[in-house]
Design a protein around this ligand. Structure first.
Ligand SMILES: Cc1cc2nc3c(=O)[nH]c(=O)nc-3n(C[C@H](O)[C@H](O)[C@H](O)COP(=O)(O)O)c2cc1C
Length: 191
């Protein structure tokens, strides 16, 4: 059975429109029956930004190919997943800083990727990266600069295909959940 790693980068789980969208998609395509599913809740990880000291330690270890630091558990989970799904709300034309901290912590050279004469070589075996997001304003997917950066990162890690499933207008519609339901009805299976 293929493995889906779900990186939940939402806050306020009861009300989050982004998490609502993600869960509706999981339900519609019966993820529980079709995949081995694992969730990481980023807000519970209480991540810290890299510091001068931590960058130094990490580069020293990475140069020796020693990858036993705690945070690298998550790098390894990404490397061994068939599909990675991230759900994150649209913040300031990008995504929340907790997600940036997560990426900063897991993206380790020699473990996730390496430089090659053609640019990069990624070490992930995953076939797809899917990004799910909702935007307050009625903006098109092309305005989601957060996705552009994640698209490049997951391609760099070695994922073969990427897809954005974005819904704009949550702060505009009277009942955004109802609008999200209608939107999900139009979606083809992304998995
Ligand atoms: C800190 C913050 C920054 C935001 N920045 C933007 C923005 O730049 N453009 C926009 O259209 N909506 C913005 N929004 C609105 C959210 O994208 C929108 O409400 C989204 O649906 C929230 O998802 P959630 O319900 O899953 O938290 C912002 C909201 C917050 C809290």
């Amino acid at each position: 059975m293929e493995k889906i790693l779900f990186i939940n980068s939402c806050y306020n789980y009861e009300k989050s429109r982004t998490l609502y969208l993600a869960n509706k998609i999981f339900e519609k395509f019966d993820i529980d029956s079709n995949f081995d599913f694992e969730e990481i809740k980023i807000k519970d990880l209480h991540l810290l930004p890299l510091s001068e000291e931590r960058i130094k330690t990490r580069f020293n270890l990475a140069n020796k190919h020693l990858f036993d630091m705690d945070m690298l558990t998550y790098s390894k989970k990404i490397l061994s997943s068939d599909i990675v799904v991230i759900a994150a709300p649209f913040y300031d034309y990008s995504y929340p800083s907790i997600l940036k901290l997560f990426i900063e912590n897991i993206s380790v050279p020699n473990l996730m990727y390496n430089y090659s004469k053609d640019g990069y070589e990624g070490y992930a075996r995953g076939r797809k990266f899917i990004y799910i997001s909702t935007r307050g304003a009625n903006l098109p997917d092309s305005e989601d600069f957060g996705f552009l950066s994640l698209d490049r990162m997951f391609t760099l890690f070695g994922f073969k295909e990427t897809q954005l499933i974005g819904f704009g207008g949550t702060d505009f519609y009277e009942d955004p959940y109802k609008e999200i339901d209608k939107y999900v009805e139009t979606l083809k299976n992304p998995f």
